[in-house]
Design a protein around this ligand. Sequence first.
Ligand SMILES: Nc1nc2c(ncn2[C@@H]2O[C@H](COP(=O)(O)OP(=O)(O)O)[C@@H](O)[C@H]2O)c(=O)[nH]1
Ligand SMILES: [Mg+2]
Length: 417
Amino acid sequence: MRRAYLILGALLGVVSILKLQSLLQAGRSCYKRHSLDGYYMKRSRGATTKYDFDRGRNLIKPLKLSTNTYDDNALDHESEIHTQKENATLLMLVRNWEIAGALRSMRSLEDRFNQDYHYDWTFLNDVPFDNEFIEATTAMASGKTQYALIPPEDWDRPTWIDEKRFERGLQLLEDKGVLYGGSKSYRNMCRFNSGYFFRQKILDSYDYYFRVEPDVEYFCDFPYDPFKVMREKNKKYGFVISLHEYEDTIPTLWDAIEEYMEENKDDIDMENNSYKFVTDCSMIGKYGPIVNSNSDYNLCHFWSNFEVGDLNFFRGERYRRFFEYLDSKGGFYYERWGDAPVHSIGVSLLLNRDEIIHFDELGYTHVPFTTCPSAYYLKLQQRCQCNSDDESNIDISPNSCLMRWWKNGSGKFFLKI
Ligand SMILES: Nc1nc2c(ncn2[C@@H]2O[C@H](COP(=O)(O)OP(=O)(O)O)[C@@H](O)[C@H]2O)c(=O)[nH]1
Ligand SMILES: [Mg+2]
């Protein structure tokens, strides 16, 4: 009996030793596993934090954008030292009493662009600038300022304009409640901006101009020098906003354009120009044209209060022939033809599609419309102060012609398929 107990005890002892051993082994591997986990955790944390700097919002490396930009390297612009300037000037037609608005626009453009470049500012006026205007704008500019008086023959209503017809036209548009419908000076301004600004002696030595109006604002730092972009990419006209014109201001403009086209076929390259941009009325996405036109002109135009242009194109024979033809019809006075549709139809007929550029990355406003980049990182990088969801942002709203430009100009080729 005692022997049996001894054997049982020995067996139990062996079992417990084995159990203890396996427990010890499990403990060891558990410990090992935990320490491995810890090791990998540490490595993994290291790896994540290692790239935090690069993938965070420091914006040092180019990020993939969900932007409409045409610029291949939209976020890749190093802050260069801008030693090379283009042969260009900032250009403002303005009245003395608009001084406050002129300074606001200047301050904004200086902050967003010109403080790095110091381009000249050129001011034009149909009456002499006063000292207060000259002193304040010179103080605001980072570049040279110059002031010119427009000769009366470039500004005033030509003597061949029929006075009675002119007065009737003014009254008609006034009665219709058209903006500036009854204004005589507005008509001088539109004709001057259509056909005379580029003839001013003070601009003779420049190749490019950047039109600035009082009371506009630029919402983002410019990621490039637009003049340089124009020269390097062989662009001749640049815009930021495109929309529909009020037809009441141009009832017979398109008739004149059709006659002009018929008589000047050699000036127009229908294969490569943007004729379709100003005539296309097809559906774009879910939008058809929101305004009905009584002619083949779809009323689309580039909003000319912002424009960057090649003065040599405007000074050239073809544009001048185009302007003289329209001017001879008297529509700048009998109706209220604006420089925006005139420039826009002019560049759409006479330039190659690829010579017109949409500056997609520049935030801008002139009451009542706004354009604002939609790409999040682009906006951060360019310190934009605008909201692309704002009601005033016209970019892809039905009143905008930008989508028609994408489709028919040198823009978004996917829309052409
Ligand atoms: N010197 C001068 N500038 C004018 C006159 N009328 C308009 N302008 C300028 O022409 C541009 C367009 O005029 P604006 O009143 O802004 O018209 P809107 O932009 O169509 O509402 C602005 O730069 C004005 O300062 C004028 O009679 N004399
Ligand atoms: Mg204006």
